[in-house]
Design a protein. Structure first.
Length: 365
């Protein structure tokens, strides 16, 4: 089965007609039409999947998550529901007949569907994923391709073609993109930045295509603080409903428990973890008890050891020292110094370190 794309964008194309936003200006050099493709030159694919009755030798199977197209050679193409049709009920999907698909087309606005499909077994390590539906919800075509790579997918463009191989993965689009998918080896990522820099959103984005995720929340409970409660609710609302959550300062224990279950982890964040640990050890007091600093160092060493031995994908958020307000107190200055050292130690033990600023991401060497 071969699928050739004549359009790969959302409903209005990219750039959108008459739009002068920065994203559309960046896309003007390589415009993309609304999603349109042809399978083997005979089966048209549109935003809602295969159009019309398939010809002899092909079978279209309606599913809760879209439509499965089977070809004469046994190849299986899953056209996942577009963003406007994909409801939360899809996230528990398990109705792909006969098991896995060879290739899934997924709208870029709903990458959590990739995680849902992997979780259900509809996609496995041999399956390919192509991300479609680009538009000015993403700030540039380069960012579109970067996000697809994070999800182990190909960011196809108009004119690309993919070979869907029965029982195997899809061939790469021209100018092949990197594949990661579900990691089979340690891969630790530290995302740092100032307040409201987009660091948590980037960390969450990196885990949307994973089938099992534990969110380790290290901040205090929101009771009695309306502003903090609103922030916690916003974070919870962005997560897929199958993500597990641990609200704890025992970060090392949470990492080890997730490792035992085979889950990826998002730890948010190292700054609130350190502040909480300092509180438990008495270091916010005007006269800290004897051994308080040693106790914090022991907890820090425990976290770093768990970070080092974590066997899968682990993403942590932290606050960049100097990018926020530090209380003009002895304990505030001590927190700044301890967090700076913690960030350096986590960065040294990470395969990737990212800086978030104004919603843009820079990979640090």
């Amino acid at each position: 089965m071969r699928i050739r794309f004549t359009g790969t964008a959302g409903a209005v194309g990219w750039p959108a007609p008459g739009c002068r936003c920065a994203s559309c200006n960046r896309a003007a050099d390589a415009p993309r039409r609304p999603l349109e493709a042809l399978v083997d030159g005979v089966v048209p694919i549109g935003p809602s999947g295969p159009s019309g009755a398939p010809p002899a030798g092909y079978r279209a199977v309606p599913l809760s998550c879209g439509t499965l197209l089977e070809g004469p050679d046994g190849a299986r193409l899953l056209c996942a529901a577009p963003a406007e049709e994909a409801g939360s009920g899809l996230l528990g999907l398990s109705d792909v007949p006969g098991g896995r698909a060879d290739l899934a087309l997924v709208d870029a606005a709903r990458p959590e569907l990739i995680g849902a499909l992997r979780r259900s077994g509809a996609l496995d390590a041999r399956s390919g994923v192509a991300v479609v539906g680009g538009g000015h919800g993403v700030h540039s075509p380069a960012e579109f391709a970067r996000r697809a790579a994070l999800w182990g997918a190909a960011a196809v463009a108009d004119g690309d073609a993919l070979d869907v191989l029965p029982g195997g993965s899809a061939g790469e689009a021209p100018g092949g993109r990197p594949e990661r998918g579900v990691t089979a080896r340690p891969h630790r990522v530290l995302v740092t930045g100032g307040a409201r820099s987009g660091k948590s959103a980037e960390a969450e984005r990196r885990l949307l295509a994973e089938p099992e995720v534990v969110y380790v929340a290290t901040g205090p409970a929101p009771e009695g603080d309306a502003d903090w409660a609103a922030r916690v609710a916003a974070h919870r609302g962005r997560r897929p409903p199958w993500w597990g959550t641990e609200e704890t300062l025992d970060a090392a224990g949470a990492l080890d428990r997730a490792a035992a279950s085979g889950s990826a982890v998002l730890l948010d964040c190292a700054g609130t973890w350190l502040a909480g640990v300092m509180g438990e050890c008495g270091m916010w007091e005007e006269a800290p008890p004897a051994g308080a600093e040693r106790a914090v160092e022991e907890r820090t060493a425990g976290l770093l050891a768990a970070w080092d031995r974590f066997p899968g994908l682990l993403v942590a958020v932290t606050n960049e020292v100097g990018s926020g307000v530090v209380p003009a107190t002895r304990s505030g200055g001590l927190f700044r110094d301890l967090l700076g050292r913690l960030n350096q130690r986590l960065a040294a033990a990470s395969e990737e370190v990212l800086l978030a600023a104004a919603g843009r991401i820079t990979e640090l060497p």
